[in-house]
Design a protein around this ligand. Structure first.
Ligand code: FE2
Ligand code: FE2
Length: 392
């Protein structure tokens, strides 16, 4: 936010309208839907089986005892399964995004002059549907080929499900979350401020993704011959291009368009801050299994055990358990790398919220996220893994 006096209507805010218009126009011109649709349709696991799909450090369990013990072939599998796991989480987030783009567009369309905002959101939702289709096609085929079962992918579902697919949750928390999401959908569809500030939550939630996906996209752009890079790497790149525009629109709507609205009531401020607290809770920990997604590692032990003991990976149950025990109870290069990604995300969240007048201190300072530490991760996972082992 800057110090310009608030315009009365969006139509009078020439600078913001220009930003919105340019972003929408450029997104239409550079739209990757056709590339992504073709990639999803053309993908055959066998054609991409031998190559890594991401930069090496974006492999499942990179820098952990599992990684140190892995053969070259096993490392390629961990790299490909990172892609599967990563984009399975993105699919979950994007299913929710499509819904809230629509409820928020409904909440904003009731204002004069808001058509450009709503047209932007329509294009983005259509792009998300293409992203989801390609991610699911590639991830599903890869799991079939490598694991013979679903581990990170999931049957299609609606927008009220838990967004984080490996979360620290239970039946009550799950029920409460679904209720919150339903309420947020209802409120945003009929309240311009809450609708507008959905994009603050969306922008914040995608900041870390933007940083990680930029690096994933470089596997394609920095390949010696990008025309020959595996289809999943091309999809990472094409998706990153589309998402750059989505991030811009999150920022324009939440930071600039908001100035055309009446100042929020106490209730509206509270709702927006609850949305931001929800993001902090979802992102409060880092994962050694997957650097760049803030999953709760104890929720992943079963999945990782399934990967390591799959016929393709080939570890015996006792060896897999031993390596996982070390991975989840010792410090490792991978652990420190994931912690560093989390700290970088926290700093970027703080600066994204900086200067917005309706943000509570708990969100401005990112107090929940700031509690994460290597020591806390070790305590949680040593305890969690001992429980998991006792159940085996
Ligand atoms: Fe997307
Ligand atoms: Fe998006």
């Amino acid at each position: 936010m800057n110090d310009r006096p608030a315009p009365i209507r969006l139509a009078d805010d020439v600078r913001t309208l220009k930003k919105l218009g340019l972003n929408h126009q450029r997104n239409k011109v550079q739209d990757q839907t056709a590339v992504i649709d073709a990639a999803g349709a053309d993908f055959r696991y066998a054609n991409c089986a031998q190559l890594p799909w991401n930069p090496e450090r974006f492999s499942l369990l990179w820098g952990t005892p599992v990684w140190e013990a892995a053969s070259q072939r096993q490392r390629v599998l961990l790299n490909q399964l990172y892609w599967v796991a990563y984009y399975s989480q993105i699919v979950s987030a994007e299913v929710a995004t499509i819904f809230f783009n629509q409820t928020s567009a409904a909440g904003l369309y009731g204002l004069e002059d808001f058509r450009p905002v709503c047209d932007t959101l329509d294009l983005e939702s259509a792009q998300e549907r293409a992203h989801i289709a390609a991610f699911r096609s590639i991830a599903g085929q890869t799991e079939d080929a490598l694991l013979g079962r679903r581990v990170f992918t999931w049957p299609m579902r609606g927008p009220y499900a838990e967004t984080m697919i490996f979360a620290d949750t239970g039946p009550f928390r799950g029920w409460w979350k679904r209720l919150q999401l339903r309420t947020y959908g209802l409120l945003s569809s009929d309240n311009a401020f809450i609708a507008c500030q959905y994009f603050l939550v969306r922008g914040l939630r995608t900041l870390n993704g933007k940083q990680v996906q930029h690096q994933l996209s470089q596997h394609h752009t920095q390949a010696p011959d990008p025309d020959l890079s595996p289809i999943p790497s091309l999809v990472s790149y094409a998706h990153f291009l589309d998402e750059s525009f989505h991030f811009n629109s999150s920022t324009i709507i939440s930071h600039d368009v908001v100035r055309c609205l009446k100042p929020p009531t106490a209730f509206e401020r509270w709702v927006v801050n609850q949305g931001l607290l929800g993001c902090q809770r979802d992102h409060r920990q880092f994962s050694v299994a997957i650097n760049g997604i803030f999953w709760h590692d104890p929720a992943l032990y079963d999945a990782l055990f399934a990967v390591l003991t799959s016929p393709g990976y080939g570890l015996a149950a006792a060896d897999a358990t031993h390596l996982l025990r070390r991975t989840f109870s010792e410090e490792s290069e991978g652990l420190h790398a994931s912690s560093a990604t989390h700290a970088k995300a926290r700093d970027s969240y703080r600066s994204y919220l900086d200067g917005l007048p309706f943000i509570d201190a708990a969100n401005a300072e990112q107090r929940i996220i700031s509690k994460a530490s290597v020591a806390q991760w070790l305590a949680t996972n040593r305890r969690g893994f001992a429980k998991w082992e006792a159940r085996q």
